[in-house]
Design a protein around this ligand. Structure first.
Ligand code: GAL
Length: 664
């Protein structure tokens, strides 16, 4: 991140972990607002995001504006010590706009129009939408820039949540401009896209379309570039709004809420992070606890380990999964504190008061339909108290670990393209499995963008680092030669930045460093696994690995099939460091067998006493001279924290089921 700026507060206000929610007072009669403020103060809420979906109310028709209600809301909150993260309100265009200008509506790859009725139905590249959105931003900045209650700007909302991929003519035009900037001339594009194949050679940029629905497999580099372009188009929108805000209100920091969670993949957030004053993230539990912690660690990674803002998560059930179960027991508190453990300095929910109508009325909130006399609200108040106790942590960075897992949007997008050796590969799942296996071994890890500075790490895991440019190859080699240990998995180093294969044998760009050579991939059938000499079983993928350098140590061999006796996992000292290779997908259980071998060679040991390894997740923040350890119970049983000395800011030496202790 370029420069880190946190919420604006009057000079001398002590920094704290902020607490709050999306607040939608425009859904409620005026008298409810006073009740809201009373309950917010009772719960310790000090920041709310306002007006995210209020465009139609703020601008009821072209040229008409209504700010009176928002003036009153902001004054009321400010008078009660609650800061406003003010949205630019551009997330969802009002009906009058899409009626006057249907040309802002996105189109699918099939050429279908996406109609209003839901939300976010706008083309990221529409000049008409942009003009109207920026006019609104300008009005808001002029009106509220001097209001002391506004502590940050919230650009749009979850950019690209629904509208990331638009195939309209506006998108086509912008895509051509983007491609011309990337490749300079059309021959550069023809080479990168491999258009000698299937008679795809282009004579000029005017002939290029987005990857609209076609027969067979659309050109893979065209698909990859369209993913990159679509991320950039959303980023451009962010920048356009931010420029206005920076010009008119230079002392108010600007953020937008990222979606680092699960399979949500449209934004290259390592790249977007450079455009905000502080990183914000929304996270909803979809694949369980370890994915939550992994996402929080990745958010910290894109934030350069500076504090970040948890803009949305849920107090309990959501409404958009097939079956929506409430959280129970300590889960509300534990999920929030897991984010804090990984660097969140604000804990906010969607939303403050549960809606009585509309598409999200069954989504949980801080004040449920049942009102203040409810389990959820009591937990909300309890968490507010805990966050007060965590005051000493506020403003502190997350302490880097000895181990990093690399995360790379290009490799994610590229490795899961169609027409590949298997369509079963899931990039993020492989990364999360390494994360879980490390946690099971009692090792805390970072998750960092693939091009981050790796020099502080003893061990770097590169799960499916599919795309390796010449430059990235050089940096990874320098890391190893400088003393680091790099472990790459199957389907790494395969292509360059244009999705063109590195020739000479796999794993392409990394083959020489690893001292191995693979001629053919051998993906496994759905019900097939393959045995390894360390007792683990591989799935999804296998490879006949030829060891070509004398100094390669084989850590595990295949024990079955035509690969029987062949190398499955290798390790090679190189320079002052080492480079290892794992040619199959081991899953969490298989990695448990392999990790001890890798950790020992890389010189990484657990920081936890033996009995706590695996049962407790550890994350550390560095507050001034002191280290603050977060110990999170991963189990449904009580855990005794024997051997964990220090001042307990939260909890005590007996960790409740799913409980959290914070020790300075
Ligand atoms: C987010 C969105 C919120 C709300 C929430 C529900 O995607 O930003 O407005 O819809 O999900 O989980």
């Amino acid at each position: 991140m370029q420069n880190h700026r946190w919420l604006r507060t009057p000079d001398g206000t002590p920094r704290r972990i902020s607490y709050g929610a999306d607040y939608n007072p425009d859904q409620w009669p005026r008298e409810v607002w006073d009740e809201d403020v009373r309950l917010m103060k009772q719960a310790g809420v000090d920041v709310v995001s306002v007006a995210i979906f209020s465009w139609a109310k703020l601008q009821p028709a072209e040229g008409q504006w209504d700010f009176a209600w928002l003036d009153e809301v902001i004054d009321l909150l400010h008078a009660n010590g609650i800061g406003v993260d003010l949205a630019t309100a551009t997330a969802s265009p009002p009906p009058w706009l899409t009626t006057l200008h249907p040309e802002v509506l996105p189109e699918t790859a099939d050429g279908q129009i996406v109609w209003p009725g839901g939300r976010q139905h706008w083309r990221p590249t529409s000049p008409v939408f942009r003009r109207h959105a920026l006019a609104l931003v300008e009005k808001l900045a002029e009106r509220y820039g001097a209001h002391p209650g506004v502590v940050a700007w919230h650009v749009n909302n979850e950019l690209g949540c629904h509208n990331a991929y638009d195939y309209s003519d506006d998108a086509a035009r912008a895509f051509r401009v983007w491609l011309e900037a990337r490749y300079g001339g059309i021959e550069g594009l023809n080479h990168a896209w491999g258009t000698a194949f299937w008679s795809q050679r282009y004579g000029s940029f005017d002939e290029i379309q987005p990857p609209r629905r076609s027969y067979a497999f659309p050109n893979p580099t065209q698909q990859l570039d369209f993913a990159r372009f679509s991320s950039d188009a959303l980023k451009d929108h962010l920048i356009a709004e931010r420029e206005i805000l920076n010009r008119l209100t230079p002392d108010i920091p600007v953020t937008t809420n990222f979606m680092i969670m699960g399979e949500t993949r449209h934004g290259d957030y390592a790249d977007w992070a450079h455009e905000v004053d502080f990183v914000s993230n929304d996270h909803y539990v979809t694949e369980g606890r370890d994915e939550l912690a992994f996402s929080a660690a990745l958010t910290s990674g894109v934030a350069g380990h500076r504090p970040w803002f948890l803009m949305e998560h849920s107090t309990s059930a959501v409404n958009w999964q097939p079956i929506n179960r409430p959280k129970h027991g300590n889960e509300l508190v534990r999920d929030s504190l897991t984010h804090v453990a990984h660097g969140a300095d604000a804990v906010c929910y969607f939303q403050w008061r549960q809606s009585a109508a509309g598409a999200e009325k069954y989504h949980s909130s801080m004040v449920p339909h049942g009102g203040e006399d409810t389990r959820v609200y009591r937990e909300v108040v309890r968490l507010g108290g805990i966050l007060q106790d965590l005051q000493p942590v506020a403003g502190s960075d997350r302490e880097p670990s000895q181990v990093a897992i690399l995360f790379d949007w290009d490799s994610w997008w590229g490795s899961e393209l169609d027409s590949h050796p298997t369509d079963r590969l899931r990039y993020r799942r492989e990364a999360v499995e390494w994360w879980t296996a490390l946690m099971n071994a009692g090792i805390r890890a970072d998750v960092v963008p693939a091009d981050a500075d790796l020099s502080g790490y003893r061990l770097v895991i590169a799960p499916v680092l599919y795309a390796v440019s010449e430059e990235r190859r050089a940096r990874l080699e320098a890391y190893v030669h400088g003393g680091g240990s790099l472990v790459a998995t199957y389907f790494s180093g395969i292509v360059n930045a244009d999705d063109r294969v590195w020739l000479g044998g796999y794993p392409g760009a990394l083959a020489e460093l690893l001292g191995i050579r693979v001629e053919e991939f051998r993906p496994l059938w759905d019900d097939e696994t393959i045995g390894l000499s360390i007792g683990a079983r591989g799935r999804l993928w296998s490879e006949p690995v030829d060891v070509v350098a004398d100094d390669v140590e084989v850590l595990a061999r295949y024990t079955e099939s035509e690969l029987d006796g062949g190398a499955a996992v290798t390790w090679r000292r190189a320079g002052d460091g080492a480079a290892g290779y794992v040619s199959t997908s081991l899953g969490v259980d298989g990695l448990a067998a392999l990790l001890p071998l890798l950790l020992e060679r890389a010189g990484v040991a657990s920081e936890l006493p033996e009995p706590l390894r695996g049962t407790v997740e550890l994350a550390v923040r560095r507050a001034g001279d002191s280290r603050v350890r977060f110990l999170i119970n991963r189990t449904d049983d009580e855990v005794r924290l024997d051997g964990i000395e220090g001042e307990y800011l939260v909890g005590d030496a007996v960790l409740a089921p799913r409980g959290v202790a914070v020790v300075r």
